[in-house]
Design a protein. Structure first.
Length: 600
């Protein structure tokens, strides 16, 4: 190394740029520390590599002419170099050929690693490409105008919004953005806002299409400055509000229509927030409470009921379950008048699906309550009438039974005795006459037994004379003989303190059940169970027959079942009839012992 080169060595070693000193043949005889750092090699390794050994031979910028100029020196450009680990990185080089003191040519090559700059350039290109893609493909109208208002760039959406076929057509025809506004002074207003604030917050303006029609756009804009802070252009976004305005008009009309429906509703309607405060009411609510909506809105919903706690529980239940149906409350008018209502309420939400409160509608049931009260009174009167008719019916049957037994029975007995007297007085008669007299005697006896049977059906004397258990037991014995169905009776051997009317109802239900078993069940066994518990008595009749069909339970043709139901109702009892196919039918009736208790 020459004396002159020694003088520069200190400068090279402290330089922030990589420096290589090469011979004319491309061999390197010096590499400074920065060169060692960017190549990841020692000075010796760099010198051994040689100038050409550090260059990426596949670099598309490295055409033959550039390689020769690099070798000869006096060249400046960008080429790719290779690090020790094989990493290729971009550099900017400057090569200068000079002669040393001895007249020998030397080359001083300065190498700058421009990886960071290249990355920034690449990012900038990608950013510009993204911007261009957004600019060209945006559905929003985008414009770039000079500070004096001349349009510089616009996208397709902007041109189409104003009725032009393409951005080029609009740029040819529109010299200044001022002509787009229906009111020219608007442009001055926009510029003043941009200059004072640096941007224009979104505002609505009336603008003009190419065909002269007016429409509204939402405009936002900003001022773009260069690095020296000088204004370069104004960028703006225009959004066509035509469809939005149409939608807003439809919403406004729908809102008015909905409001008219709400106000025209005869039912009180209110909206309530999560704290129970009224947020809106209709005319019907004002009328039923006696307060105007100014007083109602903001007040507590529960304050207008006879039972505030129940009202609060009702609207809180809506927040838990989502809705409430037919919730009974009574509204209290400011003059003290009370109105019974049924409330139906549901949650209402905003467009984002968030719960805003409760919408509640009340139905005045004053007339309905009057009708229900009258109906209840009518039902009570009808029930009393039915009970009376039942008693009259049973009394009439008892009277008929007694008349049959006392009158006709005695007469048949007297006739039978007369026949016996005639038979004993007429002496010896022919056999036909004797047979005829005997036949008449048997017929009269049969008639007497028939009268007894009819009397027993009309008025079971054994029931009134001995009680319910003997009556059931006797009837079962007779039923078993007549039908061939094996019967059993389970009961507690104790005295039943049951009133006569209640006992008669149970016995009639028992008789009707046996009749149904004989006619329809096809059973081979029947069991009867009588139980007393607390102040109630239950009668259960089971058979092992075909089982009653569910459809027949409510059939109009099932008169026997209808009779059982009616007798149970008269006694304020509970009836259960269950049938299982090929297993049998169970009839169970439970009634109060006094026959009139409705609450037990």
């Amino acid at each position: 190394m020459t004396e002159n080169e020694e003088q520069y060595k200190l400068l090279f070693e402290n330089s922030g740029e990589a420096i290589l000193l090469t011979n004319p043949d491309g061999s390197i005889y010096y590499a400074n520390p920065e060169a060692c750092r960017i190549f990841g090699m020692t000075e010796e390794e760099i010198c051994n590599k040689g100038r050409n050994g550090l260059i990426d031979i596949n670099d598309p910028h490295l055409e033959p002419g550039l390689r020769q100029r690099i070798e000869k020196g006096k060249v400046q450009g960008e080429i790719n170099h290779i690090k020790k680990d094989g990493t290729i990185f971009p550099t900017e080089i400057t090569s200068i050929v000079y002669k040393d003191k001895s007249g020998n040519e030397r080359t001083n090559t300065i190498i700058r690693d421009i990886t960071g700059r290249k990355q920034m350039e690449m990012s900038l290109k990608e950013s510009e490409a993204r911007f261009r893609s957004i600019f060209d493909n945006s559905l929003l109208g985008i414009s770039i105008a000079a500070p004096d208002g001349k349009l510089l760039q616009i996208n397709s959406a902007y041109a189409h919004m104003y009725g032009y076929d393409s951005p080029e057509m609009m740029l040819r025809e529109v010299t200044n953005v001022e002509v787009l506004y229906a009111h020219p002074e608007v442009r001055t207003e926009i510029l003043n806002l941009i200059k004072s604030d640096g941007l224009l917050a979104p505002r609505e303006y009336e603008v003009i299409r190419r065909d002269g029609s007016h429409f509204f756009v939402l405009v936002c804009a900003c001022e773009v400055k260069n690095s020296e802070g000088m204004p370069v252009n104004n960028q703006a976004i225009h959004i066509d509000l035509t469809e939005r305005r149409k939608a807003e008009e439809k919403i406004r009309e729908a809102s008015l229509y909905t409001r008219e429906l709400i106000e025209a509703s005869p039912d009180p309607l209110v909206t309530i927030n999560g704290k129970g405060k009224i947020t809106d009411v209709n005319y019907a609510t004002e009328s039923i409470t006696g307060f105007n909506r100014k007083k109602l809105i903001g007040s507590d919903f529960c304050d207008y009921f006879t039972e505030p706690g129940k009202a609060r529980e009702g609207y809180m239940r809506v927040f838990v379950k989502g809705l409430v149906k037919d919730y009974p409350l009574t509204i209290l008018h400011k003059n003290g008048r009370k109105t019974p209502v049924l409330y139906n309420a549901t949650l209402y939400k905003n467009s984002a699906g968030l719960i805003q409160g409760v919408f509640a509608a009340a139905r005045d049931i004053t007339d309905q309550k009057k009708i229900e009260d009258e109906l209840q009174k009518s039902n009570e009167l009808l029930e009393k009438l039915n009970n009376n008719l039942h008693d009259v019916w049973e009394n009439e049957k008892s009277l008929i039974a007694m008349n049959l037994h006392d009158d006709l029975g005695q007469k048949f007995t007297a006739i039978n005795m007369d026949l016996s007297w005639i038979k004993s007085r007429i002496g010896v008669q022919s056999k036909p006459v004797v047979d005829k007299l005997n036949e008449m005697h048997h017929e009269i006896n049969d008639a007497i037994e028939g009268l007894k049977e009819i009397s027993s059906l009309l008025r079971p004397a054994i029931l009134f004379d001995l009680g319910l258990i003997p009556a059931i037991f006797t009837q079962l014995e007779k039923f078993e003989k007549q039908s061939g169905i094996k019967c059993s009776f389970v009961y507690k051997d104790e005295e039943l303190k049951i009133e006569e009317r209640c006992s008669l109802i149970l016995y009639r239900i028992f008789q009707e059940s046996l009749t149904n078993i004989a006619r329809h069940s096809g059973a081979t066994t029947t069991s009867v169970e009588l139980k007393v518990f607390f102040n109630k008595i239950s009668l259960t009749i089971r058979d092992n027959g075909i089982g009653i069909d569910h459809d027949k339970l409510n059939s109009a043709k099932s008169l026997g079942i209808a009779g059982i139901k009616e007798r149970t109702r008269l006694a304020h009892g509970v009836l259960s009839i269950k049938g299982e196919k090929n297993i049998g039918t169970t009839v169970k009736v439970t009634i109060p012992l006094n026959g009139t208790d409705k609450n037990d």
